[in-house]
Unconditional design. Structure first.
Length: 142
């Protein structure tokens, strides 16, 4: 998909609704739980986002019920919303996979560097302004 990436609150709201229809307070609670208590949506922020997501066709009103004299509206993920959420989750997975692979390579490279130092390169004194090239580890003259 060529659509731009989602903002984190949008991703979390859609993720909360992927489990099934919820009312606003349920979404707020679920988002907080999903994010490990890192994202705390305020009611005004949530309802503005729900209106936008509904206008975009990513969510729909599932039902309304009256609780203590107040209307409680439940929202559900639409098929389009599910598809967008799945695409975003896949995009994030690919990015996390790339980051993990590069971190592993960096750690492996760091281990090689530490082994080279332990094998004797560190035993040589480093002249003022010295560095890798003075240790012979970067392919330069020692």
């Amino acid at each position: 998909m060529s659509e731009r990436s989602m903002q984190e609150p949008t991703f979390l709201i859609l993720t909360a609704l992927a489990a099934g229809p919820q009312h606003g307070y349920g979404v707020i609670t679920d988002v907080r739980e999903i994010s490990g208590d890192r994202v705390r949506l305020r009611a005004g922020t949530l309802y503005a986002a729900l209106d936008r997501l509904q206008a975009e066709g990513l969510i729909a009103t599932d039902r309304e019920e009256v609780v203590d004299g107040r209307v409680r509206r439940y929202y559900r993920l639409t098929d389009e919303g599910g598809a967008r959420l799945a695409a975003e989750a896949e995009r994030l997975r690919r990015h996390a996979e790339a980051a993990t692979a590069r971190l592993r390579a960096r750690l492996a490279g760091g281990s090689l560097f530490r082994r080279a130092l332990a094998a004797g390169a560190a035993a040589r004194p480093v002249p003022p302004g010295g560095g890798l090239f003075h240790h012979g580890l970067a392919g330069g003259a020692a």
